[in-house]
Design a protein around this ligand. Structure first.
Ligand SMILES: *Cc1c(COP(=O)(O)O)cnc(C)c1O
Length: 423
């Protein structure tokens, strides 16, 4: 496989951008391939190499790279009318109505421009609404590049996980292990009166994919109710992917007070959103006193793309298709692992899939279990083996992979063949 142009582009990029990329996860080794264009479930790189794409923009691209005709038409006409205004448009209202109609927890919603912005605003909202400072998060959970959640360590002993964040931020964040009801009870026993909210991904999907054990989210729901804290589901990845249009909260039957969205809800354009009970969401300015604002928020092109995305999914077999291929991938990879690497674990649900290079074949229950896997192998060996066979996976052991409506059974077969040779 020739990578001459990608290498030359990366060389140029290194001179003018830190690490040669605009998001750290993209800096694959020894250098990333630069994308020229997408084609259905595939991408073609700058040297003309073709790959089956399971990274799918790290989550947003429910339809792959060729969007259905109504989505394309809505994007084109919105752009041609003028991209944005700084005044409200009808499409924002329609998109908000659609989300409120389908997602159990959402009565009102505020659209923003990234998942990070959504979780930053949700944390501020929880603090403003309750008048408390502390936020409970899961070890190994991910909520974007925000000050309050980039922490490591345990409740009462957390510190920032990156340079550039004052220690004081971490003092207000209480990380606990996912799927451990006892740890949740303990943190509420100790800090209950100071806890503004629990911020949790319904499925950890940025740490190898860890699903909740039965009853875990119900425990969090009860603890929040008992202590007057808000339960905040970060559905930036799971929203409109797991559980279809009801999202993961519908699938699990647990209704949070607040939900953060991103990725799919913007139809492939930059997006985030914070939804929930009207009484809570109304605390945002201008109806309330928790400041929230954004030049590009509710961007008409994003709203049009996101709205047509979801409307199309409501009328077609989108979730059946992606979930069915997801199941075939998980089953197929599981068979390969049974033969060739019984210590590995295949994880995921609906249209999410990943193989965790566990050392004992035990299904991970929390972030620490995933961290104990042979994580280096993914980026140093496996990712490249797959890439050389024309399969584009997410760049490290922790990020999920995604099936799109454009993927086919042939893509699955080709991918399973490559897994069998690379695993
Ligand atoms: C991707 C992601 C984010 C951050 O979203 P950005 O748009 O990258 O800022 C936050 N939370 C979860 C669960 C995510 O998967």
């Amino acid at each position: 496989m020739n990578h001459e142009r990608s290498r030359a582009l990366y060389d140029r990029a290194l001179s003018v951008t830190p690490g040669g990329v605009n998001s750290s996860v993209r800096a694959t080794m020894p250098h990333p391939f630069f994308i020229e264009r997408g084609d259905g479930g595939h991408v073609i790189d700058a040297d003309g190499n073709r790959y089956v794409d399971w990274a799918m923009g790290y989550g947003p691209l429910l339809y792959g790279h060729d969007v259905p005709e109504p989505v394309e038409a809505a994007i084109q006409s919105t752009v041609s009318e003028g991209p944005m205004y700084g005044a409200p448009t009808e499409i924002e209202v329609e998109h908000a109505e659609f989300v409120a109609r389908h997602v159990p927890s959402v009565e009102q919603i505020r659209f923003v421009n990234s998942g990070t912005e959504a979780t930053v605003s949700a944390v501020r909202l929880a603090r403003g609404y309750t008048g408390r400072d502390k936020i409970v998060v899961m070890q190994g959970g991910y909520h974007g590049a925000q000050e309050s959640t980039l922490v490591e360590g345990a409740a009462g002993d957390a510190s920032p996980s990156t340079a550039g964040i004052p220690e004081e931020f971490a003092q207000h964040t209480l990380p606990i292990p996912f799927n451990d009801p006892e740890a949740a009870h303990e943190v509420f026993e100790e800090h209950g009166d100071d806890i503004a909210g629990v911020l949790v991904e319904p499925i950890l999907a940025n740490k190898g994919i860890v699903e909740p054990v039965d009853g875990y989210h119900e425990t969090l729901r009860d603890l929040c109710d008992d202590h007057g804290s808000l339960l905040v589901f970060d559905e930036v990845i799971t929203g409109f992917r797991v559980g279809g249009l009801q999202c993961a909260q519908g699938k699990f039957g647990v209704t949070p007070d607040v939900t953060t969205f991103g990725k799919i809800v913007g139809g492939g354009f930059p997006v985030g959103a914070i939804g929930g009970k009207a009484e809570i969401i109304e605390q945002f300015t201008p109806s309330g006193n928790v400041f929230q604002s954004g030049t590009f928020s509710g961007h008409p092109v994003t709203m049009a793309a996101g709205h047509e995305y979801l409307k199309y999914a409501a009328k077609h077999d989108v979730y059946e298709h992606v979930n069915d291929l997801g199941q075939r991938l998980r089953d197929g990879i599981r068979d390969i692992c049974e033969d060739q690497a019984p210590e590995y674990t295949v994880v995921g649900t609906d249209s999410l899939f990943k193989t965790v290079f566990t050392r004992d074949g035990e299904r991970p229950k929390n972030g620490a279990d995933v961290a104990r896997a042979d994580t280096e192998r993914w980026e140093r060996v496996f990712w490249q083996e797959m890439k050389d066979r024309g399969i584009f996976l997410t760049a490290n052991q922790f990020e999920s992979q995604f099936v799109s409506y454009a993927h086919t059974e042939e893509d699955v077969e080709e991918t399973l063949d490559a897994y069998a040779e690379s695993i």
